[in-house]
Ligand binder design. Structure first.
Ligand SMILES: NC(=O)c1ccc[n+]([C@@H]2O[C@H](COP(=O)([O-])OP(=O)(O)OC[C@H]3O[C@@H](n4cnc5c(N)ncnc54)[C@H](O)[C@@H]3O)[C@@H](O)[C@H]2O)c1
Length: 285
């Protein structure tokens, strides 16, 4: 049998009952890791865990609470004896309400999960590494919203910018200890994250159209994000820390003030025809 990148390693993935976390759990498992599938929805955690290729347990836990984070750390240690890899992925979108209409409750809920939850996850990971007397690797799911702004989703954008701060600070602290902390910043990947906002502008309804404005002209898949997270967790990324790697079809490199821009150019056919000539699609792919 050929060796796999995560043979013998134990990985925790939060928000793994669905979407990107699920794909990450599947990828890490397929590459040899024992996986702790954490989700606030215990049933979906069980379902994902049961379908994995290798050893796995499911833990129902709300990562925005100290108790929830301690629960999955304890469960992982009890089952597998150690934790080597953490993919701190769980996150929520919050409201699409315009700035004057946002409620404090909405703001605080998004910050509680996306910022406090990731802080608690990082702190628990570092405590665990100290207890184990060893090193490990951490990936946090950031977002295109960690790097750029938008007029809607203000709590989400704020929280994901804070996630960048957590990644940078934790990477600085962890470097001398041999603990790497990186982020993966997805662009648009159709998951249930957008489901609640299906009919909102910027929600699921126009997701494909928005994704078509990126350089790669399409949405990403959960598997494509999981591949980047797995790379960052692996020794293949041994000299990377404190980095936030965009996996967004190139969305963050777009210069929106050029007519050839992409993002914001809703009629990409017109832009593409001007750039590549009429009928360019016939010869391009
Ligand atoms: N899908 C995208 O396009 C996209 C883009 C950028 C960033 N992200 C980020 O990726 C991460 C995963 O999002 P997704 O698209 O897979 O969403 P999703 O809604 O499909 O899955 C998120 C999972 O996290 C779980 N979860 C939510 N709150 C939790 C909590 N407090 N404790 C434990 N589990 C909790 C949910 O039950 C769900 O199973 C999030 O951090 C999100 O901000 C997603």
């Amino acid at each position: 049998m050929t060796s796999k990148r995560f043979d013998g390693a134990v990985a925790v993935v939060t928000g793994a009952g669905n979407g990107l976390g699920r794909a990450s759990a599947e990828r890490l498992s397929a590459e040899g890791a024992s996986v702790v599938v954490v989700d606030v929805n215990g049933e979906s955690a069980e379902r994902v865990s049961a379908g994995l290729a290798g050893p796995s347990i499911a833990v129902q836990a709300d990562i925005s609470t100290e108790e929830g984070v301690q629960r999955y750390i304890d469960a992982a240690a009890a089952e597998f004896g150690r934790i080597d890899l953490h993919h701190l992925n769980a996150g929520i979108f919050g409201s699409f309400a315009a700035l004057p209409d946002l409620s404090v409750d909405d703001f605080e809920r998004v910050m509680a999960v996306n910022v406090r939850g990731q802080f608690l996850g990082l702190r628990a990971a570092f405590r665990r590494f100290r207890e184990q007397g060893g090193t490990g690797s951490i990936v946090v799911t950031a977002s295109i919203a960690s790097l750029t702004g938008s007029a809607d989703l203000l709590p989400y954008v704020t929280s994901k910018h804070a996630v960048a701060g957590l990644i940078h600070g934790a990477a600085m602290y962890g470097g001398p200890l041999g603990i790497r902390v990186n982020g993966v910043a997805p662009g648009i990947v159709p998951t249930d994250l957008f489901a609640a906002a299906a009919t909102t502008s910027g929600g699921k309804n126009d997701m494909e159209q928005r994704a078509s404005t990126t350089p790669l002209r399409r949405a990403g898949t959960a598997e494509e994000i999981a591949a980047v997270a797995a790379f960052l967790l692996s020794d293949d990324a041994a000299y990377l820390t404190g980095q936030i790697v965009s996996a967004d079809g190139g969305a963050t490199i777009v210069n929106t003030v050029r007519p050839s821009g992409g993002a914001g150019a809703w009629n990409t056919d017109r832009v593409d025809e001007a750039l590549y000539g009429a009928n360019w699609k016939d010869s391009a792919r």
